[in-house]
Design a protein around this ligand. Structure first.
Ligand code: GAR
Length: 201
């Protein structure tokens, strides 16, 4: 059984999708801890409701010292002995000091079809560019932001009248399908990318 640490900063809807899928009997992975960098992250209560231990490692006391923040994360993780890390709306950049330790064992979900639109405001940027297709990506985490080998993508059409909010909501629905499906494969050692195409209805 692979032990998974899930990192969140916010509401944790992707975390819930991962936890609920790992609760299905026969899954090759189990959640061992949910870690948040903010004590007010909504995902913490949702993890507790599901019987998963939580820890908070606040980045703020470390100021600009990312190495110290990452050392505190590593220390907090040790008792839970994770094999894998899933970033699920974890909004802190991680440096090579941390990503190298977890190379090939840490994955992230990002709300765009990478390599397009790394960083923030992905939905507004897709609309401004006039894209007909948008979506989300699960990828292995490297020191470069929103980079690393692609493990899966889900594509949806951009509709006439879409706003960043309507597009975000439809992409989020796809995130909740894609991330658990990719984690299942990844936990079983399968890194073949998974492509979900919802552009043809
Ligand atoms: C999700 O849309 C996720 O893809 C995005 O934050 C949201 C978190 O929502 N992540 C990033 O932008 C990371 N670069 P959630 O807390 O409800 O899962």
């Amino acid at each position: 059984m692979r032990r998974v640490a899930v990192f969140v900063s916010g509401g944790g809807s992707n975390m819930v999708a991962l936890l609920d899928d790992m609760a299905v009997p026969g899954h090759a992975a189990m959640p061992c801890v949910v870690l948040a960098n903010r004590a007010d992250a909504g995902g913490l209560a949702r993890a507790t409701e599901r019987g998963v231990p939580t820890v908070v490692v606040d980045h703020r006391p470390h100021g600009p010292d990312r190495a110290a923040f990452e050392a505190a994360i590593s220390e907090a993780l040790t008792p839970f002995a994770p094999d894998l890390i899933c970033l699920a709306g974890f909004m802190r950049k991680l440096t090579a000091g941390f990503t190298d330790q977890w190379a090939g064992r840490m994955i992230n979900i990002h709300p765009s079809l990478l390599p397009k639109y790394k960083g923030l405001n992905t939905h507004a940027r897709a609309l401004e560019a006039g894209d007909a297709v948008h979506g989300c990506t699960v990828h292995e985490v490297t020191a470069a932001l929103d980079d690393g080998p692609i493990l899966g993508q889900a594509r949806i059409p951009v509709l006439a009248g879409d706003t960043p909010q309507t597009l975000a909501a439809r992409v989020l629905e796809q995130e909740h399908l894609l991330y658990p499906a990719v984690l299942r494969r990844f936990a079983a050692g399968d890194r073949t990318p998974l492509f979900l195409d919802n552009t043809k209805t």
